[in-house]
Design a protein around this ligand. Sequence first.
Ligand SMILES: Nc1ncnc2c1ncn2[C@@H]1O[C@H](COP(=O)(O)OP(=O)(O)O)[C@@H](O)[C@H]1O
Ligand SMILES: [Mg+2]
Length: 450
Amino acid sequence: MSAPMEISFSVPPPPPESAPASLASTPAPPPVPAAAVSCSPQPQPEPQSQPAAAAVAPSPADDRFHISVEVLLHSTSVARHEEVQAAVERMLEARSLSYVDGPVPIPTGDPFLIENVKRIQICDTDEWVENHKVLLFWQVKPVVHVFQLSEDGPGEEPSEDDTLSSFNEWALPAKEFDGLWESLLYEVGLKQRLLRYAASALLFTERGVDPCLVSWNRIILLHGPPGTGKTSLCKALAQKLSIRFKSRYSMCQLVEVNAHSLFSKWFSESGKLVAKLFQKIHEMVEEESNLVFVLIDEVESLAAARQAAISGSEPSDSIRVVNALLTQMDKLKSWPNVIILTTSNITTAIDIAFVDRADIKAYVGPPTLQARYEILRSCIQELLRVGIITYRQGCSMPCILNYSTLKEKKHSLDAAESDGAVHLSSLLYEAAELCEVNSKTADLLFAVNQ
Ligand SMILES: Nc1ncnc2c1ncn2[C@@H]1O[C@H](COP(=O)(O)OP(=O)(O)O)[C@@H](O)[C@H]1O
Ligand SMILES: [Mg+2]
């Protein structure tokens, strides 16, 4: 199997991941810090030893798990978010059911919710309970986030000769990224850790933590082999944070800098492009109710461009442009409402100052067996949904089991007893095993066809 995913932090990491399976049946989970309420609403099983928890003011004792519930409004809805939030909280209270990740049906007897709400979704319970175990309603304090999707596509800034744009810009949360976070499958905990740390970064600034004492630059670097979902994960993370921080920031924007167009040697105007780009970003961040994400993909291209200029194989212009960009990025850090997201396809050290100062450097590697299985399962379910593939005529419709259920069933059943679902899922499991060497999604799909 390929190298496991790792995550390393430039601040002391929390103790080994919490949420043992036994938490699911623990009647009285430990107190929840205030951080969990106002940002990524997650309880910390050992608050006294968590850096994020230590940095926030104590909250009234609350021994429940704070679980995010995301509420998507219809694009036509004009309801006040506070009203929808209160209505959903009442509905969840009356529902008295367990909490597992996934959609919650909108009650047909509630005309207000029916009229305004498109989807209600419970999120990220798997950080606290493993293997799809459920949280009971009395163990949970739902934290409701109400949002509407922006339907505008990416706004582009055309370059001087109109061939390549120097950046794309989205208002978040964007329709284009809806469901992206959920579609990305990694080992349990990777996404949650990223979300929690990015949320903590925003919280630190919001609460005015002295940067001389706790240095926190709000720079995230995802690195690893190409095709492992780093760019997608950056966009999905920005989308998630824009939903979770909707009540704090009235507007969220994602700016994706197109390094290739900025540094193309055919542009003698690169310097002007950088200036124009950052003038625009500065206008965005000056408004303190804006939250701005700046994504610089494949940052190693900047280091390479600088190196090439030094060695004389690139015009000396490009070194000025790279340096201008790095200086601008460095300046951006001082703004509390900016998160810089960077990716790199190389795993060795990158010679770029601002990346050195990344708070979070996460290695995103090829998917584990469980992630590969779940990726294949989600692909097949989607193809079944749209009717591109179908079950053989006359066959009943066995569902494809999730990874944990399949594992449990395989242990408890002998071959003779194995039902249709187990058989079908086992075939998929074999395909996932075969995908070990080639882990890009295209290769996974190819293996399924075999
Ligand atoms: N772990 C994963 N789970 C689900 N989809 C993935 C995963 N890794 C990659 N993909 C998919 O593969 C494609 C390429 O991802 P991308 O973000 O461009 O990768 P990278 O930036 O690392 O090269 C995207 O469609 C992405 O959704
Ligand atoms: Mg990429």
